[in-house]
Design a protein around this ligand. Structure first.
Ligand SMILES: CC(C)(COP(=O)(O)OP(=O)(O)OC[C@H]1O[C@@H](n2cnc3c(N)ncnc32)[C@H](O)[C@@H]1OP(=O)(O)O)[C@@H](O)C(=O)NCCC(=O)NCCS
Length: 159
C-alpha cells in the first residue's frame, strides 16, 4: 500500500528524532549536536526531513558550494524503508542543489551498502573513485551525478 508522507525543511525540533534514526542506521552515527551545528552554523548546509503523520521517519542533507553539491547523509527509519521515502528525499535534495546553482552532486557510500548504491544508481550516480579507509572498516566509493542534464525526464529517477 502507498504510504503518505511529506518532505519538509529540518528544524531544531526534529533533532531528537533525527538523531535516533541516525543511531539506528549507522555504525558511526553523527551526534544530535553535530546536526544542530549543521542547522545553526553551517551556511552551506541544507537538511530535509520526511514525515508520516507529523512524525519524522527520514532525513537527508547537502552542502552546496558554488556549482558543487555534496550529499552529507540520508537515512530512513527501518520500518518505513522501501516505500519510496529515500527516493523522494534524494530527489528533493538534488532539486534543491540545482536551484542553488549546483551542476553536479557527489557522495560517499560503503561498497557493501547495496540498498543505498541501488538508490543512487537509479538517479544516475556513477562511481568515480575510491577513498581509501574512508570508513573505519571499509573504503568509501565516491559517486557523482550531473544535475539538470535536461535529459529524458527530470521528474523521476531512471528505473
Ligand atoms: C538507503 C535508504 C536511505 C533507502 O531508503 P528507502 O526509503 O528504503 O528507499 P526507497 O524506498 O526510495 O527505495 C529506492 C530504491 O533503492 C533500492 N533499495 C532500497 N532498499 C533496498 C534494499 N534493501 N535492497 C535492494 N535495493 C534497495 C531499490 O532500487 C529501491 O527502488 P525499488 O523499491 O523501486 O526497487 C535506506 O535503506 C536507509 O536508510 N539505509 C540506512 C542508512 C544508509 O545506508 N544511508 C546511505 C548512506 S550512504
Amino acid at each position: 500500500m502507498p504510504l503518505s508522507f511529506t518532505i519538509e525543511p529540518m528544524t531544531l525540533d526534529d533533532l531528537e528524532a533525527v538523531a535516533k534514526i541516525e543511531q539506528d542506521s549507522f555504525d558511526q552515527p553523527w551526534s544530535l549536536q553535530s546536526f544542530r551545528t549543521e542547522l545553526v552554523r553551517n551556511e552551506v548546509a541544507h537538511y530535509l526531513v520526511a514525515r508520516v503523520g507529523g512524525k519524522v521517519v527520514g532525513y537527508g542533507g547537502i552542502w552546496v558550494i558554488l556549482d558543487e553539491a555534496h550529499l552529507t547523509t540520508i537515512a530512513v527509519a527501518e520500518p518505513y524503508r522501501r516505500f519510496g521515502i529515500g527516493t523522494a528525499l534524494l530527489k528533493a535534495l538534488m532539486d534543491k542543489s540545482l536551484s542553488l546553482g549546483a551542476r553536479r552532486i557527489s557522495l560517499e557510500v560503503r561498497p557493501s551498502n547495496h540498498a543505498a548504491r541501488k538508490l543512487y544508481e537509479k538517479f544516475g550516480f556513477t562511481i568515480k573513485g575510491v577513498r581509501k579507509h574512508y570508513y573505519f572498516d571499509e573504503d568509501g566509493l565516491v559517486m557523482f551525478c550531473e544535475l539538470g542534464g535536461g535529459g529524458e525526464d527530470d521528474d523521476e529517477p531512471a528505473s
